[in-house]
Design a protein around this ligand. Sequence first.
Ligand code: PGA
Length: 221
Amino acid sequence: MKPLVIAGNWKSNKTTADALRWLQDFKNHIGSFPSYITVVLCVPFTLLYTVKEKIRVYSLPIVLGAQNVSPFPDGAETGEESARMVRDLADWVIIGHSERRKNFGETDEVLAKKVEQAKGAGLQIIYCVPDDHTRIPYGVDVAAYEPVWAIGSGEADTSANANMVIAAIKAASQVKQVLYGGSVTAANVASFVGEPSIDGVLPGGASLDPEKFADLITNAR
Ligand code: PGA
């Protein structure tokens, strides 16, 4: 079996109490899954420590990711979390999500700096692109194809088209794995990971509910 990455993205959701409930429910619902699947959970900065602790205490088979990182190193950057600080708690980080490009004005130039910082700190990067034309900075191993219209719309791309775009992304870059994101659910995940070029998925909405996320992982096998 090819290695698969399933990366849940909580976005700007959940208090500490919400996260603790999620983790307990997830523990009760997740069965064992094969080692070719890596499950990453990308949570807000405010929850990284709590979730990291519970992953350890419950021995959950998941790794922790952040959703953002500063383009600057440690220093006088009020309100930013440097890659070194993020790496203290997380193993993975999402960079270039379309919500950050659109709502926070993140340009390719800023994103390249974030990649440089994250790489330097030893974070595994999931670099999101909306199509196969967007530049992927050198050094990124894992990308995610996320068509903007499919994000949060309940209308996923077809697995055949996603496979075609992802094959094109791989042909045009040095990335090793490319995930699909945009309205992935427990019901459609198998069709995406069954495609030859797709190496996993990046579900947002479907990761907020622990049972749905556990089902999604089960159905990806
Ligand atoms: P969605 O979000 O699964 O809710 O469509 C995916 C994403 O934005 O990463």
